[in-house]
Ligand binder design. Structure first.
Ligand code: GTP
Ligand code: SPV
Ligand code: MN
Length: 626
């Protein structure tokens, strides 16, 4: 037990502790709570213990208020509809606060806005903070959420404490991270990542609350102070904006810690793939938001004898271990996955995961108490089923607007995944054999290629592009640069980040091979050339055979090694235009190379690592020789 000192008592003033006991909290945590309570002035403080009873109590209250609806066809599944103005990450209002601007952003060419990292000065941040946080929790409860990213006490794990006035956040954080009193014990006197989150709507509220979902879209700010390991989030209750363990901590803050400590924090899934012969390989893959990580992580192979097991679906923390191998852990404990497109046909393992104890946000609902979204058309039983869309309006098949919001999500415990890997919580992580980058590239980019080595692989990751999706506020479907699938999540100067990646290729490290995939190439009629989903195992099969050194299955091209004709297992597939899928069109790549050079030079300026510049030049030469 810890003594509660006078300063803490004084700062708390009359704010009561509604639940929990300050005496079990390490001093640093007590001071943190007292300081922020004095600032935000909640009506009371609720220290979460992570128990089942606690979740039940909060859920019952939210159902009573109408914020959650039970989906009665399942066990302990709930639907939440947000204010339609609060449905995705808000990249334009997400900032890194550092004294030196160039800690956050690169030295871009004159007049060019940096797209990696969004900088705010400490002075400006101070003003933004002062105009939002004082009194922002008035009339609300401040929840104290102790959480561990990675298994509690694990070698690669880190601890955070999030303060939030949103009970939806409490329920979601319990699924997405490990929330428990054990965290205090593991923490002791050590430092922790601090998260302060408010929906930004103190009581009495001056504007109407839509769908019982308090938020303040006009005043949203998500700010990170990496030096202080601190996150301030205001105005949004949605996913990546409010579940601070996820993108804010596990990517933006953690990438800073990772650079300092010599490891990597990446937007990557982690999967174990076992071949018919019984040998298992681990793969980490980075695709931008809503580009297929969850689906690949729990893919159900269409090739007989193969087994895929999921370690993580969104974030990987990776560190070289004594054995020279890159070991990865999934810092999360749940999946916050894109709902539309998820079905028994495309991703049965995800469906299996969210049959109970899950929260669905902005999906549609059937009159039978089931969830519904685009992609489930074939799974609605009975003619008389009525559907209510994500906005709460009656909806029927063929209506011009979608039933579920395109960025509607399921939030489900990873433990429930039928193919969760037995080592998914191993504190030492799993050894990564290959890293895959990918994106949505409708034209020009082959289904798969292997890069020529670590530097070329890092260059390929740095040149990653993808069509924008509904995961953030971008509209339309333009192909956008998303280096390493980290554009919205970069925690520091992208040039330094590339330097860090490049520096890892040194003895005794055995760096993984790096690949690039594209499930989304289209034909002249706009149809996908590749069936995707479970059939992606055919690409993984080729990747693993390459890792094993099988001869005669690769064909050199200007951008990397693609499968040689006949080397991809297409057995049992309908017709596939292999040549078109694998082609590397000269004109396309010539103009792409020009665009990539311009991008890297104007975005990175003097921060562009020499090794990347050399890769750019040699790739241009290869392309021009096509
Ligand atoms: P975030 O959670 O936002 O980081 O997304 P993610 O990368 O995990 O993407 P996810 O697996 O949820 O897939 C996003 C969308 O792409 C879903 O609608 C999927 O159905 C669709 N998708 C995933 N894999 C494939 C594929 O191989 N082919 C096609 N055509 N679509 C896919
Ligand atoms: C993403 O956008 O990459 C997500 C969802 O995984 S969110 O948690 O909102 O960031
Ligand atoms: Mn993601």
């Amino acid at each position: 037990f810890y003594v509660v000192n006078e300063v803490v008592t004084k700062r708390l003033g009359h704010i009561p502790i509604l639940k929990g006991d300050l005496h079990v909290l390490p001093y640093k945590v007590q001071r943190f709570i007292a300081e922020k309570a004095e600032l935000c002035r909640p009506r009371g403080i609720y220290i979460c213990d992570g128990t089942h009873a606690e979740a039940e109590e909060i859920k019952d209250k939210l159902v009573e208020r109408g914020m959650l609806t039970q989906l009665s066809a399942y066990e302990n599944n709930y639907l939440c509809r947000t204010d339609p103005k609060d449905v995705a990450r808000v990249e334009s209002k997400t900032w890194m606060v550092t004294t030196d601007k160039y800690q956050t952003v690169t030295h871009t060419a004159e007049g060019v806005e940096p797209i990696m990292g969004h900088w705010m000065s400490p002075l400006d941040f101070g003003e933004e903070l002062d105009s939002r946080f004082p009194g922002c929790m008035a009339g609300r409860t401040m929840y104290v959420i102790p959480f561990s990213m990675g298994p509690v006490g694990g070698r690669l794990s880190k601890i955070g404490v999030q303060l939030s006035d949103s009970n939806y956040v409490v329920l979601s954080m319990r699924i997405m991270t490990r929330v428990s009193l054990d965290v205090w014990e593991a923490l002791g006197d050590n430092d922790f990542v601090r998260g302060i989150h408010s929906v930004g709507l103190p009581r009495p509220v001056k504007s109407a609350v839509v769908n019982h979902w308090p938020c303040n879209p006009e005043r949203v700010i998500i700010a990170h102070r990496p030096a202080e390991r601190e996150i301030w989030s205001f105005g949004s209750g949605y996913g990546g904006n409010s579940l601070l363990g996820k993108k804010c901590f596990a990517l933006r803050i953690a990438s800073n810690i990772a650079r300092d400590e010599g490891w990597l924090a990446e937007h990557m899934l982690i999967m174990g793939v076992t071949r018919p012969c019984g040998r298992e390989h681990f793969i980490a893959a980075a695709f931008p938001s809503a580009c297929g990580k969850t689906n690949l992580a729990m893919l159900e192979p269409t090739l007989p004898g193969w087994k895929v097991r999921c370690v993580g679906d969104d974030i990987a923390w990776m560190k070289f271990a004594e054995d020279g191998k890159l070991h990865a852990i999934n810092p999360e404990a749940g999946f916050f996955g894109v709902a539309p497109g998820t079905s028994n046909k495309t991703n049965p393992m995800a469906v299996g995961t969210f049959q109970k104890n899950s929260i669905f946000t902005n999906v549609a609902e059937t009159s039978e108490g089931r969830y519904y979204w685009e992609g489930l058309e074939d799974e609605v039983e009975g003619k008389n089923v009525q559907i209510t869309d994500w906005l709460g309006k009656p909806w029927k098949l063929g209506d011009p607007t979608p039933a579920a919001h395109p960025n509607s999500r399921f939030c489900a415990p990873a433990q429930q995944c039928p193919i969760i890997h037995p080592d998914w919580e191993s504190p030492n992580g799993v050894p990564i054999d290959a890293i895959i980058f990918g994106g949505r590239r409708p034209t020009g980019v082959p289904l798969v290629f292997e890069t020529f080595g670590w530097e070329h692989g890092v260059f390929t990751g740095a040149s990653l592009k993808s069509e924008t999706t509904a995961a953030a506020e971008h509209t339309g479907k333009q192909v956008m640069h998303d280096p390493m699938a980290m554009r919205p999540f970069m925690g520091y100067n992208f040039g330094k980040y590339l330097d860090h990646w490049l520096s890892l290729d040194k003895p005794p490290h055995q760096v993984p091979k790096i690949y690039h995939v594209n499930w989304f190439r289209k034909d002249a009629n706009g149809k996908f050339l590749w069936p995707g989903y479970g059939d992606n195992i055919r690409v993984i099969d080729w990747v693993i055979r390459r890792l094993d050194g099988e001869e005669g299955i690769g064909k050199d091209t200007a951008i990397g090694v693609v499968p040689a004709p006949g080397s991809l297992n297409l057995e049992g597939l309908g017709e596939v235009n292999f040549d078109e899928l694998m082609s590397v069109p000269r004109d396309y790549w010539q103009s792409d190379a020009k665009e990539v050079r311009k991008f890297l030079e104007t975005q990175l300026g003097s921060d562009l690592p020499n090794a990347i510049q050399e890769q750019l030049t040699s790739q241009e030469k290869r392309i021009n020789a096509l």
